[in-house]
Write a protein that binds this ligand. Structure first.
Ligand SMILES: *[C@@H]1O[C@H](CO)[C@@H](O)[C@H](O)[C@H]1NC(C)=O
Ligand SMILES: *[C@@H]1O[C@H](CO)[C@@H](O)[C@H](O)[C@H]1NC(C)=O
Ligand SMILES: *[C@@H]1O[C@H](CO)[C@@H](O)[C@H](O)[C@H]1NC(C)=O
Ligand SMILES: *[C@@H]1O[C@H](CO)[C@@H](O)[C@H](O)[C@H]1NC(C)=O
Length: 310
């Protein structure tokens, strides 16, 4: 799931949200999150940037390794993150740090930062019961924030896939290097975490994806799952994938100009999916303008709900 190479193949934003930011992870288990939610699920869709939140994320892009205020800390062995969509539905990810420590650490950090707030689930490869692949998200609404994290926080660390990319599993989307014959093969340095012969995943930052099907072919490239969505959560994600998959489909960058293309949707002869370049340049404004249903169904917020001591 490279986001650049795009594998596999890639106002008042409401007081409770502010509250969210203030709730640090060490207090998270003092709250009943559902009670918190019922206080006031945001109803208004407001494009006005939440400048405080983005400023915080920008600061954290350049924070030194280990910065506690930016949650660059060791995750517990297990923790749960709940994602809420703007329509009020939610799903949970249970993360297991030993599955893939370097990736789990980033997921821990991003979730504690509430990185996921306002994030559009922009790639939805889900056509029908037999033809489905993944949904991917992790770019925030502000291009400056995404750029800063790409620049400062892209990591080349790897982990072997101890678990497989089967239905429900969550992994990081990555860039990739192509393997070549001979002594300069960039894949050699990534053995044995990557065992594939064509390409190795390398370079992760903030984008993750959920598997809708058995995508275990991704394992050998180094897309190491960090956790899983439970069955109840997968019903929500299935529905989302089906809705957005059939409306917009695969990102334009991975679709041929004319049909057919795998998971691609065409409308009036044009690719209906997100243009990743534009999304990177314009952020959520582009999603709001051109993909109204995707914008409506974006993630409202996420938080670490509870965890077990390491
Ligand atoms: C699912 O979609 C694919 C691609 O459009 C199509 O080839 C296949 O027949 C569909 N399967 C079902 C069960 O509808
Ligand atoms: C990660 O690897 C890529 C490809 O080899 C390289 O271009 C990039 O500079 C590396 N980044 C870091 C942070 O080491
Ligand atoms: C392979 O993964 C392990 C576990 O994350 C890591 O410690 C090691 O450095 C990785 N090896 C390479 C060559 O990147
Ligand atoms: C995506 O948008 C960029 C910038 O507007 C444009 O140059 C590019 O051709 C578009 N890509 C596709 C696949 O349409």
């Amino acid at each position: 799931m490279a986001s650049h190479m795009r594998l596999p193949a890639g106002a008042c934003l409401c007081c409770w949200l502010l509250l969210f930011k203030v709730v640090s992870s060490e207090h998270a288990d003092d709250f009943d999150s559902n009670a918190l939610l019922s206080v006031g699920m945001p109803k208004q869709m407001d494009l006005q940037a939440d400048s405080g939140h983005y400023a915080y994320l920008l600061r954290c892009a350049q924070a030194p390794a280990g910065d506690e205020a930016c949650y660059d800390t060791s995750p517990p062995e297990e923790f749960t993150v709940r994602f809420w969509l703007w329509d009020g539905r939610s799903f949970r990810v249970r993360s297991y740090s030993h599955w893939a420590p370097v990736f789990a650490q980033r997921f821990w950090q991003l979730s504690n930062l509430n990185w996921w707030r306002g994030v559009a689930i922009y790639r939805n490869d889900y056509v029908n019961e037999s033809f489905r692949f993944v949904s991917q998200w992790g770019l925030v609404g502000s291009p400056a924030v995404n750029d800063a994290w790409t620049k400062w926080k892209t990591s080349n660390q790897t982990s072997p896939a101890l678990k497989s990319n089967t239905r429900g599993k969550i992994s990081f989307s990555m860039g990739a290097v192509e393997c070549t014959a001979g002594p300069d093969d960039p894949c050699q340095a990534l053995r044995p975490n990557c065992t594939a012969e064509d390409y190795c995943a390398l370079g992760f930052s903030t984008e993750i994806y959920v598997n809708f099907a058995d995508n275990s072919r991704l394992d050998e490239h180094g897309f190491a799952p960090i956790g899983e969505v439970d069955d109840e959560g997968m019903l929500v994600l299935d529905d989302l994938g089906r809705t957005l998959g059939n409306l917009y489909g695969e990102v334009q960058d991975l679709c041929p100009p004319t049909p057919p293309g795998k998971y691609c949707v065409y409308r009036d002869g044009e690719r209906a999916g997100v243009n990743e370049t534009k999304f990177h340049q314009e952020g959520n404004r582009y999603i709001w303008k051109d993909f109204p249903e995707m914008f409506r169904l974006r993630i409202a917020s996420a938080r670490v709900e509870r965890w077990y001591a390491a």
